[in-house]
Design a protein around this ligand. Structure first.
Ligand SMILES: [Zn+2]
Length: 380
């Protein structure tokens, strides 16, 4: 549940294909003259802290109880400790997010481990969801984007921009747990499939799987008014990939943020672990499909961080640490530099241009207010 309002969480509601391009980044870096990436998948985990991504579970928080209605909170905490506590950060993070560490970080790059002098952050100064998604997806930290209200984004996302290119028209799609993705992507006008919140997926013929997912969205208990549990949007996205094979795909998962706001550290860890499993499932699916195999780049990141210590439940302008994020890349154009240390700082407003550059397009030239592409993850 990303609460609406001007402040955070105040309950108101295969084959190699060398595509030659001749564009230059104004940063001085070149848009790669060749690139193997033909598809980009962006998965965002709402409010997932870099602390757990790089250090794993925090023993001082692991017994932080969830609300009483979550069953037996002591049992939850004991189970979480058993499942996610290990002696070293390397063991802990791997047990929490095995796909991220064994596959994405091992074969790609991951930024944001402050313990190794690597920084990733949002530049919008607000450190909550809509501004974070807007910054990431448009490349612009726009001061007009200052609430979580489900209103049309004043700026076009890179997804919309790519959909306006004949090469990608009709091959762009976005799925998200949070209903406000309808506004962030400007569903009304963007011209591509956006499926968010409890909305049924009607853009493709209803297979038995899609019908069941739509039924579950309508019939399941609505713990959060603006967001179903992550399995529903995730599996909806997966069915869409099988049916339509989009070239530019967004998947937004929300439970990590919801459980953190609820103060339930065990549930936060469980959600992070499930998200990691889902990202692996999506990656393995696309690698089994000729349209995607060896020519797809996956990007994983959150929309904001969270506070340190007792402030782990929250984020926003008044929680400066919550500007700190992380981001991970894996794909045929990204050198396997692994966990980055003492790397140049990366910012979320660079992600839109990076998505485009991976596909051989110069978004930053078209939208100069956007951040420049991250050269280190592109083909040289
Ligand atoms: Zn939040």
């Amino acid at each position: 549940m990303k609460i609406t309002g001007s402040f955070f969480k105040l309950p108101r509601g295969a084959a190699f294909c060398a595509c030659v391009v001749s564009l230059a980044l104004s940063s001085g870096a070149q848009i790669p003259t060749t690139h193997k990436t033909q598809n980009v998948i962006v998965v965002m985990m709402d409010g997932m802290r870099w602390q757990e991504v790089f250090r794993g579970a925090d023993l001082t928080l692991i017994k932080t109880r969830g609300p009483k209605w979550l069953g037996n909170p002591d049992e939850l905490a004991t189970d979480a400790e058993k499942q996610y506590w290990r002696l070293t950060p390397a063991e802990r993070r791997r047990i929490l997010m095995p796909f991220l560490w064994d596959v994405v970080a091992a074969q790609g790059q991951i930024y944001g481990n402050r313990d190794l002098g690597s920084d990733s952050h949002v530049v919008n100064g607000l450190n909550f969801s809509y501004p974070g998604y807007a910054e990431t997806l448009t490349g612009i930290a726009d001061s007009r984007v200052n609430s979580n209200d489900n209103v049309p984004n004043p700026n076009q996302t890179v997804f919309g921009w790519l959909n306006g290119d004949p090469e990608f028209a009709g091959k762009v799609a976005a799925f998200g747990a949070w209903g406000t993705f309808n506004g962030i992507f400007d569903k009304e006008h963007c011209g591509f499939v956006v499926n968010a919140g409890y909305d049924p997926l009607t853009a493709v013929p209803a297979t038995p799987e899609i019908k069941l997912l739509n039924d579950l969205k309508s019939e399941s208990v609505r713990l959060w008014a603006d967001e179903p549990f992550d399995p529903l949007p995730f599996h909806t996205a997966l069915e869409y990939v099988k049916a339509r094979k989009p070239r530019v795909l967004f998947v937004g998962l929300g439970e990590t943020d919801d459980w953190a706001h609820a103060g339930s550290y065990p549930e936060y860890l469980i959600s992070a672990h499930l998200n990691d499993h889902y990202i692996g499932e999506l990656w393995h699916l696309v690698q089994s499909m000729p349209e995607y195999q060896n020519k797809t780049t996956l990007i994983v990141l959150p929309d904001h961080g969270r506070g340190e210590g007792k402030q782990w439940t929250t984020h926003g302008e008044k929680v400066p640490d919550s500007r700190e994020t992380w981001m991970a890349f894996i794909g045929p154009d990204t050198d396997p530099l692994g966990e980055r240390s003492h790397a140049n700082s990366v910012t979320e407003n660079q992600v839109a241009a990076t998505i485009a550059a991976l596909l051989g397009k110069d978004y930053h030239a078209a939208v100069p207010k956007s951040g420049t592409a991250i050269a280190d993850v592109l083909s040289k």
